[in-house]
Design a binder for this molecule. Structure first.
Ligand SMILES: NC(=O)c1ccc[n+]([C@@H]2O[C@H](COP(=O)([O-])OP(=O)(O)OC[C@H]3O[C@@H](n4cnc5c(N)ncnc54)[C@H](O)[C@@H]3O)[C@@H](O)[C@H]2O)c1
Length: 487
């Protein structure tokens, strides 16, 4: 039995702001397991590098603290005003949204946005993303506060409480307790290991990624079936599930005529890392349970997210979001902005013709709210391609170079050997109309936005560790033995 029992602190916490005002934060529900390496252990000091050990047999237990949820009607919800749900007797209740992975980049911004919009929000997270940073010797460009301080600050600024359940969704007992306690109308599931390079470091990270992501999602499906069958699952997938086929990419399904017969079938998936494959496995499991159990689900095949600020994270430095620029967790445009800010040449992989869908983080939060406000029907497995524009890596490098020059930066570009196995020049045309039809108003990548991301990167450039910029994980050299990434 793993020794992983922990109980959260006091039921209310007195806090004072730097401006002198004070307030009391009283979490209405807190459920805690140790934010723990269920399956990962560091066997060397982080300064000397890292080894991870996969220990699936070790399970942990949890303790419930102050589980005091009010019962919510089990009747089928229909959407009323923003953040509320109408029941068949005409009553209007706040829609209860569980944000799994709510301490991460997309999840934190989304949790605040939904709370501001009047939804009743609970964050479920095991904080393992913070642990990955410690283990790999990485750090967010921006200083980020602890989840507890973040939530206290949110409460003091807005008067709104976000419930917190710290634990691992691969632990079904823990997840079951969170469902019974919070009784969500919708679950937004961001809570996965989300880096393709991380999943390609070595066997233990590949196995961890697939276990964490596939079992976590399977547990969410079972929890909905068992405890909250009207609950709408909004699951974050990725555009990377489709790969780069030489035909247009549709939104989830394609109609095919074969030997004179026609059918509409799931669009073929050609994932290109163990991480992307975990998302494909998730999609298959979700589609199956929609059919078999009548689960209502929306799979958001998200493009690459860029940017930093949302209206809510801008409200106070303690609400600041994370911003990854390193070779393992950093994503294309965010990385280029940091590289330009510190005078590092922009690292284009190979020929740079790799084209993908991109979106501003302000559109991530908007899309998720649109999906929640317009839920899928029972048994429906709905797929939206969640991005707003397509760019090749070369196009992004050119845009950042131009924006950098305007700010007086000397921006250079280098081609580095591509660590991935992927087409470097290819056809790419992916549909993305369904969220627009629901009302998405995209924030496109204008000059002013690039200026603002670059200025942001310049503000924090002293925190950049340039040793983390070059790619350190090779798709072809993936090893069996636990590998050290940081040098
Ligand atoms: N960031 C992007 O550009 C991008 C693009 C496409 C899709 N996505 C998807 O969006 C989701 C969120 O991405 P992100 O960039 O915010 O990632 P992130 O790593 O910043 O956040 C993920 C959060 O989930 C938590 N988590 C992971 N496994 C968990 C578990 N077993 N139990 C409880 N919590 C767990 C982590 O601690 C972390 O806080 C992911 O599913 C990712 O695949 C992200």
């Amino acid at each position: 039995m793993a020794s992983l029992v922990s109980i959260s602190g006091p039921s209310s916490v007195k806090i004072s702001s730097i401006t002198g005002e004070s307030s009391t934060y009283t979490p209405s529900r807190t459920l805690t397991t140790l934010p723990c390496p269920r399956s990962l252990q560091t066997s060397r000091s982080q300064h000397k590098g890292l080894s991870l050990v996969w220990q699936p047999e070790k399970r942990h237990t949890f303790s419930t603290v102050r589980a005091s949820a009010l019962p919510v009607s089990q009747e089928a919800p229909t959407q009323a005003a923003s953040g509320s749900t109408s029941t068949s007797d005409g009553a209007s209740k706040k829609t209860r949204v569980m944000v799994i992975g709510g301490d991460g980049y997309c999840g934190w911004a989304t949790a605040l946005h939904l709370s501001k919009k009047g939804y009743e929000v609970a964050i479920v997270d095991n904080l393992i993303r913070r642990l990955f940073d410690h283990q790999l010797g990485l750090d967010s460009l921006t200083p980020i506060s602890s989840i507890h301080n973040r939530l206290r600050r949110w409460k003091s600024l807005t008067g709104k409480t976000i419930d917190l359940f710290i634990g691992d969704i691969c632990d079904f007992e823990f997840l079951a307790e969170t469902f019974k306690s919070f009784e969500p109308n919708a679950v937004v599931h961001f809570g996965e290991q989300r880096s393709a390079p991380y999943s390609m470091i070595d066997r233990s990270r590949a196995v961890f990624t697939q276990h964490n992501n596939v079992i976590g999602t399977l547990n969410v499906l079972f929890a909905i079936k068992e405890f909250q069958e009207e609950c709408h699952l909004v699951k974050l997938g990725t555009m990377g599930e489709y790969g780069t086929p030489n035909i247009d990419i549709e939104e989830g399904y394609i109609t095919i005529t074969h030997n004179g017969r026609t059918d509409t079938l799931p669009y073929p998936k050609q994932a290109s890392s163990f991480y992307h494959l975990s998302k494909v496995h998730d999609s298959n499991n979700i589609a199956f349970t929609c059919k078999a159990w009548g689960i209502r689900a929306t799979d958001l095949n998200q493009g690459v997210v860029y940017g930093m600020r949302t209206d809510e994270t801008e409200m106070h430095e303690e609400l600041c979001n994370r911003f990854d620029y390193d070779g393992v967790f950093g994503t294309a445009l965010n990385r280029f902005c940091v590289q330009a800010a510190v005078g590092h040449p922009l690292t284009v992989y190979g020929k740079g013709g790799q084209t993908r869908g991109y979106l501003d983080i302000r559109d991530t939060v908007q899309c998720v709210e649109l999906a929640i406000a317009n839920p899928a029907n029972p048994s429906e497995f709905r797929v939206f391609n969640q991005f707003t524009e397509q760019f090749s890596v070369n196009e992004l490098a050119a845009l950042v170079t131009k924006a950098g020059m305007k700010l007086g930066l000397d921006v250079k570009t280098i081609s580095v050997p591509n660590p991935r196995v992927e087409a470097e020049e290819h056809y790419y045309n992916a549909k993305h109309t369904k969220l627009i039809e629901l009302g998405l108003k995209p924030h496109l990548l204008s000059d002013s936005l690039l200026d603002s991301i670059l200025n942001f990167a310049i503000k924090y450039k002293d925190r950049v560790d340039q040793r983390q910029i070059m790619p350190s994980v090779s798709w072809k050299k993936i090893g069996v033995k636990p590998k050290t990434v940081t040098v």
